[in-house]
Write a protein that binds this ligand. Structure first.
Ligand code: HEM
Length: 443
C-alpha cells in the first residue's frame, strides 16, 4: 500500500489529517483483524469437532450459529478493521474516529458472542439483544464511513462501493433483529424462509461482495504495482451488481421466481464486467510473480463464480436443502473467506511494518514488508484451503460424512498455515528485528 499524503479536503476539518496512512497507529485495524482471526480459530475448532453439522438442514440452530460465527465473528470483524484502515487512505482524509471505533469493537464482540450462544440455544430473545448490540456497532461504523465519504477529496466508484456495502449491512442487521423479534414474539405472519433468504443475500452479497468488488480495484493495483482500473467501467460493473442485489432482495423476500432469474442474469453480467476490468488491471502489473495472497484472492473470486452458477441452478428450482447448504459453504468459506484472507496476507504485514519500522526509517536498516510473513505457508494455505472448500462443498451437497471429515481436516490445516504466517508478521510488533538481522531480511 502506498503512503498517500493528505491534501486539502472539501470540508475543512478541525484538525489536519495525520501524515501517516495508519488509522490511529494501526491499533484499531489490528485489534479488529486480530479478533476476527480469533473468530476464525473458534469456527475452525467447531468444524473439526463436529464436521457432520454440515450435513444438517441450513436452518438448523447449529448451522445458523456457525453461519453467524463466521460471517459476523470472523469476516465482518476483519472487514470492519480493513474499512477503518483503508477508507481514510482511499478518501485522502485523516482518521479521527478512534474512540467510537473502540466502542464499536466492544459492542460488536459482546453482541456477536451473545448472538452465537443464543442461536445455539434457539433463544431468539437473546439473538435479538445480541443483534441490537451488533447493530449499534454497525451504526457507529456507518457514521465513520459517511464522514470519510463527505470529507473525500473526490468521490469515485470505489469509494461509493464502501458506502453502498455499509448501506446493505445496515439493512441486513435491521432485518436480522426484526426477524429474531418476530420469531420470538410472532408479531407478523410472514414467510420466515423467504425473509431469511433476503437477509442472507443482503449480508453476503450486499455487504461482502460489494466491498470486495470495490476494494479490489484499489488493492490489486497497489499489491501488484499495476495501474488502477478505468473508473467509468468499474462504476458500470458496480452499478449492475447493485441492480442485481435490489432485484434479488425483493424477489427472494416476496418469492418472485422470475425476479430471481433476472437477478442471476444481472449478477452474471456484473461478474463479467468486473472480470474484464480486473484482467485489464492485471495486465498492467509490474510484479510479474503473483504472491500467494493475491493468488488466494483470485481463487476466492473463482469460488464466487461457482457460487453464482449454484445460485442460478437453485433459482431455476434445481437442487434440494442440501444443495442450498453447499451453496452457502462455497459462497462464504470459499468466496468471501478466501478473498478476504488473501488480502490479509498483504494488509497485515503492511500495517505491522508501518507501525514498527515506519518510525525507524532512515535510522536503521529495516526489513521489507513482504518478508515479514511466511510466503511458503501462505502458498500452502491457498491450495489446502481451496481443496478443503471443494471437499466441504461436495460433502454438504451429498451429505457424506467422510468427505466432511476430510474437508474439516484440510480446512484446519489451511487456517493453521495462514495463521502461522500472520502471526510471524505480527510477532514484529513485540520483537522487532534490529541491525544485521534486518539487513539480512531486507534482501
Ligand atoms: C444484527 C445482526 C443479525 C441478526 C439479529 C440476525 C438474525 C438472523 C436470524 C433470526 C436468522 C434466521 C434464523 C432461523 O430462522 O432460525 C438469520 C439467518 C441468517 N443470517 Fe443473520 N442476523 C444478523 C446479521 C447477519 C449478517 C450481518 C449476515 C451476513 C453478513 C447474516 C447472514 C445470515 C445468513 C446467511 C442466514 C441464513 C442461515 C442459514 O440458513 O443457515 N446475518 N439471521
Amino acid at each position: 500500500m502506498n503512503a498517500v499524503q493528505p491534501v486539502a479536503t472539501k470540508s475543512i476539518p478541525t484538525s489536519p489529517p495525520p501524515a501517516s496512512p495508519l488509522a490511529a497507529g494501526a491499533s484499531v485495524p489490528l485489534a479488529f483483524i486480530g479478533a476476527g482471526m480469533a473468530g476464525a480459530v473458534l469456527g475452525t475448532v467447531c468444524l473439526v469437532r463436529s464436521p457432520a453439522v454440515l450435513a444438517l438442514p441450513h436452518v438448523h440452530p447449529q448451522v445458523v450459529a456457525w453461519t453467524h460465527l463466521w460471517l459476523l465473528g470472523c469476516l465482518l470483524t476483519v472487514c470492519a478493521g480493513a474499512i477503518y484502515q483503508l477508507l481514510p487512505v482511499l478518501a485522502n482524509t485523516g482518521f479521527r474516529g478512534q474512540r467510537l471505533a473502540w466502542v464499536h469493537f466492544a459492542v460488536h464482540l459482546a453482541g456477536v458472542a451473545a448472538m452465537v450462544a443464543a442461536f445455539e440455544a434457539s433463544d431468539m430473545k437473546w439473538v435479538g439483544i445480541g443483534g441490537l448490540a451488533v447493530s449499534v456497532g454497525v451504526v457507529l461504523m456507518a457514521h465513520h464511513v459517511v464522514k470519510m465519504l463527505r470529507e473525500a477529496t473526490r468521490m469515485d466508484p470505489v469509494l461509493a462501493a464502501f458506502g453502498l456495502a455499509t448501506a446493505w449491512l445496515l439493512l441486513t442487521v435491521m432485518i436480522g433483529v426484526l426477524l429474531a423479534g418476530n420469531l420470538h414474539f410472532g408479531w407478523w405472519n410472514v414467510d420466515v424462509l423467504a425473509v431469511l433468504r433476503a437477509h442472507a443475500h443482503m449480508g453476503v452479497a450486499g455487504f461482502f461482495v460489494t466491498l470486495i468488488q470495490g476494494a479490489m480495484f484499489r488493492l490489486v493495483p497497489m499489491f501488484t504495482m499495476g495501474q488502477a482500473g478505468a473508473l467509468r467501467r468499474v462504476g458500470w460493473a458496480i452499478a449492475v451488481a447493485q441492480g442485481a442485489l435490489i432485484v434479488a432482495a425483493v424477489s427472494l423476500g416476496l418469492e418472485l421466481a422470475a425476479g430471481r432469474l433476472i437477478a442471476v442474469l444481472l449478477f452474471a453480467i456484473a461478474f463479467g464486467l468486473t472480470a474484464l476490468e480486473l484482467r485489464r488491471v492485471w495486465r498492467t502489473r509490474k510484479k510479474q510473480h503473483a504472491e500467494p495472497g493475491i493468488r488466494g484472492f483470485l481463487v476466492g473470486l473463482g469460488w464466487f463464480v461457482i457460487a453464482l452458477v449454484g445460485g442460478g441452478a437453485l433459482a431455476f428450482g434445481a437442487g434440494d436443502w442440501r444443495s442450498a447448504l453447499a451453496y452457502g459453504v462455497i459462497a462464504v468459506l470459499g468466496g468471501v473467506l478466501m478473498s478476504v484472507e488473501g488480502f490479509l496476507c498483504k494488509i497485515v504485514p503492511f500495517l505491522v511494518w508501518m507501525r514498527v519500522y515506519g518510525p525507524r526509517m532512515g535510522r536503521q536498516v529495516t526489513p521489507q514488508a513482504a518478508t515479514l510473513g511466511h510466503a511458503r505457508a501462505e502458498a500452502g494455505w491457498v491450495w489446502v484451503h481451496a481443496s478443503a472448500v471443494a471437499l466441504l462443498g461436495v460433502g454438504a451437497a451429498i451429505g457424506n460424512e467422510a468427505l466432511l471429515i476430510a474437508g474439516a481436516g484440510a480446512f484446519a490445516l489451511g487456517q493453521g498455515l495462514l495463521l502461522a504466517s500472520l502471526l510471524k508478521s505480527a510477532s514484529h510488533l513485540w520483537r522487532p528485528v534490529e541491525g544485521a538481522a534486518a539487513r539480512a531480511a531486507s534482501f
